[in-house]
Design a protein around this ligand. Structure first.
Ligand code: NAD
Length: 377
């Protein structure tokens, strides 16, 4: 990485000091005179930028904005992977910092040097949160609190994008969740994300901080850790292993191609209104069983590979978002599910070395997968 660093980064002004007042102009006029915030010429912090969506987002920003500098803060948990960033190792616009969002001194130092924040870092796997929720509370809630405290002390930061999730709303059989609907999370993961979402909102209301919340639906695409539904099924099928489908496979998700999500998040940073939340979904609902069948078909494999297993505890039946609000900013999804899935399957076929390194050589992956699914047979 350009300037890949491990641990604390030498940044001036990193010490603790009392929160300073924000200039009124930032509060009352979140947009520039041209009607939107500019990202070019800015330095932004991306947290969790070695993970799935974060690394796609870092690539998206570098492709889209010539004159941007990104500080990528990532702890490199089991889900963080520097292979996701290897092609930008020599890009001087990207600085990787290995560190924890829960480290106030490190975070404060970075905030002194950025004008915008995209906060992706989190523990993200629902199944892991069912087994042990501790890290989820620590990272997703407490980690977000540390970032918000740093934001309080950094009046030059113009926007803070809190990456939340559709899962905070809980399940519904019919209709679509609007941003103003009550939240009702079912899993410890969703509850920890809901805590972070509400904390970010409270810091806006109480301290007038420039927080904007995004709530994307289920993402899929390249570089997704192979414990998640689509990459697990694609890679298991390639290995000739069973595809462990929860229950009857009738749970419904609204699938969003990761590049469409990145485009939406960048647009919200430029045009979103401070203090608001934006749902991001493709309104492309699929039952899990249909996704599984489509994957085996694309790979020319036998549907007999799909093996029903005991359902996930507290499994939400359906997520569905009303996305009219983000559409008013000028966003709509560009990649239909069939095309996005074909692209994703092709990526995993062509990048076997990437996922084999995880599935064959990561002790963490093997330990979790084997224990978790052994209990579901
Ligand atoms: P991921 O698990 O692939 O990546 C998470 C990244 O965060 C990893 O690189 C990890 O090393 C890093 N991280 C974890 N704890 C950290 C800490 N304490 N300090 C610094 N870095 C840390 O996750 P993802 O799927 O890319 O999700 C990114 C964000 O988007 C999350 O906030 C998630 O809740 C949200 N989201 C994801 C989806 C989805 O479908 N994947 C949908 C909606 C919202």
């Amino acid at each position: 990485m350009a300037g890949t660093r491990s641990g604390a980064m030498k940044i001036p002004g990193g010490g603790a000091s009392a929160p300073r007042k924000r200039k009124k102009s930032v509060l009352s006029s979140p947009r520039s005179r041209r009607g939107e915030r500019r990202l070019d010429g800015k330095t932004v912090l991306v947290t969790g930028g070695a993970g799935f969506i974060g690394s796609n987002f870092v690539h998206f920003l570098l492709d889209r904005t010539a004159d941007i500098r990104i500080i990528n803060l990532d702890k490199l948990t089991y889900a963080g992977n520097l292979d996701n960033l290897s092609d930008i190792a020599c890009d001087i616009r990207h600085d990787f910092v290995r560190g924890d969002i829960r480290d106030p001194k490190l975070v404060r130092g970075i905030f002194e040097n950025v004008q915008g924040v995209f906060h992706f870092a989190a523990e993200t796997h629902v199944d892991r949160s069912i087994v042990d929720a501790g890290e989820f509370i620590q990272t997703d809630v407490f980690g977000t609190f540390v970032l918000l405290e740093a934001l309080r002390a950094s009046p030059k930061v113009e926007f803070f994008i809190q990456v939340s999730t559709d899962e905070i709303y809980g399940s519904r059989d019919r209709g679509f969740f609007k941003e103003s609907d009550p939240i009702n999370p079912s899993s410890p993961y969703a509850a920890s994300k809901a805590g972070a979402d509400r904390l970010a909102s409270a810091y806006h209301v109480t301290h007038r901080l420039p927080v904007i919340i995004v709530r994307p639906s289920n993402n899929y695409g390249p570089f997704q850790y192979p414990e998640k539904f689509i990459p697990l099924f694609v890679t298991n099928a390639l290995e000739g292993k069973g595809l462990p489908l929860y229950g009857k496979g009738t749970n419904v998700r609204d699938w969003l191609y990761v590049e469409d999500n990145c485009r939406a998040i960048e647009l919200v940073a430029r045009r979103g209104v401070v203090g608001e939340a934006y749902n991001i979904g493709a309104n492309d609902e699929r039952r899990n069983i249909d996704v599984a069948r489509r994957i085996v078909k694309l790979l020319g494999k036998d549907a007999g590979l799909i093996k029903p297993v005991a359902d996930r505890l507290g499994h939400d039946r359906r997520y569905a978002l009303d996305c009219r609000k983000i559409r008013t900013l000028g966003w709509k999804p560009a990649v239909p599910f069939e095309a996005g899935l074909a692209r994703t399957v092709k990526w995993y076929v062509e990048n076997e070395e990437w996922w084999r390194k995880i599935k064959d050589r990561s002790e963490d992956f093997k330990a979790f997968y084997e224990t978790y699914y052994a209990e579901r047979k």
